[in-house]
Structures are given as structure tokens and as C-alpha cells.
Ligand binder design. Structure first.
Ligand code: HEM
Length: 461
């Protein structure tokens, strides 16, 4: 595979150094709660598979594209979402599209799909661009008064504005940035991580006193969603935004619509699943280009050539492939969803691995994206590995930031278009510079977040 980066120009981004050997059990469990990246030993990035037997079942740690295909596509009906995932996100997302299964999931996926067709997405681009323009102004102001600006906060603000606009059809008093940022943070820091009782398989009715803050956050989100739905109903308006489509959706077989609880759960699902992940993709992209000035210059040239000084449109997004390459490389190095788990509902023979009913399958996306057997210099930031030519050289399932198979992210195209529009608008107006005083330490909560945010130096161009 051609290597376009010379050693002197290659930027090696910071991350957690994996332990050389597996940790002893108790230390491993404690570290798992603090940050799973500290538990997965170096060997996992070098060999293709291992399984661990614990409390009567096997935990399969998958990081080969063939195993991903088996789990997410070929045997998707056998590998179901686990209670563990539901325990983490269920209190907030209820039984919406992300967490439901079977016929209930199918109905909701059918109902939501029209909102994610390409023509619907192209109509959303002005919302992406105007949120990006507002973000530029906010960052300029912050940079004028402070040394560094926290890009994680700024990107969460930008993507929350986009998702509230496109889902609820306009700014909503219940989903203001400050309120939602605190709520999501409270949730992630409490219920968004496994606790010791989960590790030992304690049932959910065993009280978890530290979850109080998280439960309050989940209840607050639910109230906000119910208020937004009630306001829409009271207005009598019919609109083509996602809430409008969900309100109008009918099951073709039964004629049944979504219940009030389903509507509420999906509003929270789309706002939750749709803003944090895209914000993290942009946050890590900005960190990477701040430290790779020649890549930042190539982005600047592309946006100036394609967009000039005009707001980014859908046609311009199609004409900026290097922006997409940078975003893909950021998601390879820091996949916002770094770990996806499933549970086997039947015995299944994967050829080299025998999976028994009740076993867990862990798709280690973060590990696969940095695996020595799959990538050339995996630790390097090299967006050209996603050029049309070089991307032909790797397997379909070795890059999986959006999952795969029937449960693949419904918002994938939305996320690419939004991230390209925002990145292009930011790079055109601002120069991002490294912050040597800050150590970047990604940490898996539900998503892969940089500990302590992402303070960067920024200058107006
Ligand atoms: C860079 C941004 C994003 C990333 C990395 C991402 C990642 C993922 C992944 C990995 C899954 C599959 C989870 C599993 O199999 O258990 C998923 C599902 C989902 N995502 Fe995204 N996502 C992103 C953006 C979005 C956006 C913008 C939306 C909505 C506007 C969204 C809505 C959803 C929903 C509703 C599901 C559940 C789909 C189903 O089960 O049918 N995501 N996402």
C-alpha cells in the first residue's frame, strides 16, 4: 500500500497507551469502570480474537472484519442487543429506535426512514450551514477573550442546534444548549458507565445510589420531549420534519400510529444519538488538523475552491471529498461508538469460533480501527488512506464507525453531510492551532469522549 506521509510529516495523535499484559481481575474491573481503554492489552491490537469465560458464559472479543460481518449482517437475527446496553441508555432512550427489537423496531425504522432519504437530507443543509456560521461567531468571540477555546463544548452546541432544528423544526425552549449540555453530562457521568454491580451481574432492582443524578437527568429529558410534542399537537401544524413524520406514521398492516411514549422515546433518541456522536467526530477532527497544518491547508484550499465565500450547499458538500476523508480518518482513530455489544440468542458456529446461546459478542471498533493486521501505520493521522484509490485496498467491515447490517446507523448520511458542512465553514474562517499543555485522553462512556474537553488555540483568518 503506498504510504503518502513521510516520517517527518506524520502526526501521531495522542491516545491511551494499552497495558502490556492483561490486568489482574479486580484491577481490570476497576479500570473497566474508569476507562476500558486502560484494560485492553497491546496484544488485542495485534492478534485477531480472544474469548474470556466468566460467570458461566463466554465474552467474545471480536476485532476481525469477518467476525463483524457474521455478527452484524449474516447472523444479525441471532446476535441481539444486550440488556447491558439497555441498562446504559434505556433510562433515557426508553423503547425508541435505538433500543427496541423485533417488530417494534421494524415499525419504528420504517416510520423514521423517509426523514433520512437523500432529498430530505439535502433540504437540511441550510440548517447545517447556519449553525456552522453561528459557531464561527461564537468561537471568534471566545478566542478574543480567552487563551484556548473548548472545541468539545462548541461542537456539542453546534450539533445540538442542528438536531433540534431538523427534528423539532426550530429552536425549542426545552432543548436549549446549556440545559441539555448539563443534562447529558450528568447522565454520562453516572448512568452512562457500567458500575460494579453490573460487572457482577446484579439485577437492576438492586439500588444504585449514585444513579440518582442520572435518573433525574433522564426524567428531565423525557419532560422536555413531552412538552415539545404537546406544543406541536396544540399548534395543529403539519410539518415534514422528523417529529411531523413520526406523528403521521402508520403501520401499513395495522394502521396503528406511534403511542405517546414511543413518540417521546424517539424524540430523545434522535436528539441524543444525533448530536453527541457528530460533535465528537468534529471535535477530534479539529484536534487532528490543529496538529497537522498541511492537512488543514489542504482543507482550506478545497473549501475556497468549491465554496468561495458562500454558505455551504448540498452540491458543494458532494464536491469536497478531502473533507470526507479527514472526517473518516478522525472516526477511524476515535470512533465515537467504540464498542458495540450483542448477546447470542442461539448457538452459532462461526468457523473458527463457537458461540453458545447466552454468550456476549463485543465488537471492539476502536481496537479494529487501530489493528496491526489491518492498517498500515495505524497510529498515524493519514486522511489519504481514505482516498478513492487507497480505500479499495481494505475490507468493507474493517471500518465500522456507524455499525453495519440492518441496525446500521440511520443517521449516517446525515452525519457525513453535517460534519462536512460544519468543518468546511470553520476551516474557512478560523485557523486551529495545537495546545501542547493539554493531554488528549479518550475515554469510553457510552461514546468515546476526550477527558476534560478539547481546548485548542484558535485565530480568525
Ligand atoms: C458521526 C456520527 C454518528 C455515529 C458515529 C453514529 C454511530 C452509530 C452506531 C455505531 C449505531 C449502531 C449501534 C448498534 O448497532 O448497536 C447507530 C445507530 C443509530 N444512530 Fe447513529 N451515529 C451517528 C450519527 C447519528 C445521527 C446524526 C443520527 C440521527 C439524526 C443518528 C441516529 C441513530 C439511530 C436512531 C440509531 C439506531 C438505528 C437502528 O437501530 O435502527 N446517528 N449510530
Amino acid at each position: 500500500m503506498p504510504d503518502t506521509l513521510t516520517d517527518s510529516s506524520a502526526f501521531i495523535p495522542q491516545t491511551v497507551t494499552p497495558p502490556e499484559k492483561p490486568l489482574p481481575l479486580v484491577r481490570g474491573l476497576l479500570q473497566m469502570i474508569a476507562n476500558p481503554l486502560h484494560v485492553w492489552p497491546q496484544a488485542m491490537y495485534e492478534n485477531p480474537y480472544h474469548g474470556v469465560r466468566w460467570i458461566g458464559r463466554t465474552f467474545h472479543y471480536f476485532r476481525r472484519p469477518e467476525h463483524m460481518k457474521a455478527m452484524f449482517l449474516d447472523h444479525a437475527d441471532i446476535f441481539r442487543k444486550s440488556q447491558f446496553q439497555k441498562k446504559l441508555v434505556g433510562p433515557a432512550l426508553g423503547e425508541g429506535l435505538l433500543t427496541s427489537e423485533g417488530e417494534h423496531w421494524k415499525f419504528q425504522r420504517r416510520a423514521a426512514s423517509p426523514a433520512f432519504r437523500i432529498d430530505a437530507l439535502r433540504a437540511m443543509v441550510p440548517a447545517f450551514s447556519s449553525s456552522a456560521e453561528a459557531t464561527v461567531e461564537r468561537i471568534k468571540k471566545a478566542a478574543a477573550t480567552r487563551g484556548t477555546v473548548d472545541m468539545m463544548g462548541e461542537m456539542q452546541h453546534a450539533t445540538l442546534d442542528v438536531i433540534v432544528e431538523t427534528i423539532l423544526g426550530g429552536a425549542d425552549p426545552n432543548f436549549g444548549y446549556d440545559h441539555i449540555a448539563t443534562t447529558v453530562e450528568d447522565y454520562m457521568q453516572t448512568m452512562g458507565k457500567p458500575d460494579m454491580l453490573d460487572m457482577f451481574g446484579a439485577p437492576t432492582w438492586v439500588p444504585r445510589p449514585w444513579g440518582g443524578k442520572g435518573r433525574k437527568a433522564a426524567a428531565g429529558l423525557k419532560r422536555s420531549a413531552v412538552n415539545a410534542i404537546e406544543r406541536r399537537r396544540a399548534s395543529g401544524e403539519t410539518r415534514n420534519d422528523l417529529l411531523g413524520l413520526l406523528l403521521a406514521a402508520r403501520d401499513p398492516e395495522t394502521g396503528k400510529g406511534l403511542s405517546d411514549d414511543e413518540l417521546r422515546d424517539n424524540v430523545i433518541t434522535f436528539i441524543g444519538a444525533g448530536h453527541e456522536t457528530t460533535a465528537l467526530t468534529l471535535t477530534f477532527s479539529l484536534y487532528l488538523i490543529a496538529n497537522a497544518p498541511e492537512i488543514q491547508d489542504r482543507l482550506l484550499r478545497e473549501v475556497l475552491d468549491v465554496c468561495g465565500d458562500k454558505p455551504v450547499t448540498a452540491a458543494m458538500i458532494d464536491a469536497m471529498p478531502f473533507h470526507e476523508q479527514v472526517i473518516k480518518e478522525a472516526m477511524r482513530l476515535y470512533p465515537p461508538v467504540s464498542l458495540i455489544d450483542r448477546v447470542a440468542t442461539e448457538d452459532i458456529d462461526l468457523g473458527d469460533v463457537q458461540v453458545k446461546k447466552g454468550d456476549f459478542g463485543f465488537a471492539l471498533i476502536y481496537v479494529m480501527h487501530r489493528h496491526r493486521m489491518l492498517w498500515d501505520h495505524p497510529e498515524r493521522f493519514d486522511p489519504d488512506r481514505f482516498s478513492e484509490e487507497r480505500a479499495k485496498g481494505f475490507a468493507r467491515f474493517q471500518f465500522m464507525p456507524f455499525g453495519a447490517g440492518p441496525r446500521i446507523c440511520i443517521g449516517m448520511k446525515f452525519a457525513y453531510m453535517e460534519a462536512i458542512a460544519i468543518l468546511a465553514t470553520l476551516v474557512r474562517a478560523l485557523r486551529f492551532l495545537p495546545n501542547a499543555a493539554h493531554t488528549v485522553e479518550p475515554n469510553i462512556r457510552i461514546t468515546l469522549r476526550p477527558e476534560g474537553g478539547m481546548p485548542l488555540f484558535v485565530e480568525a483568518r
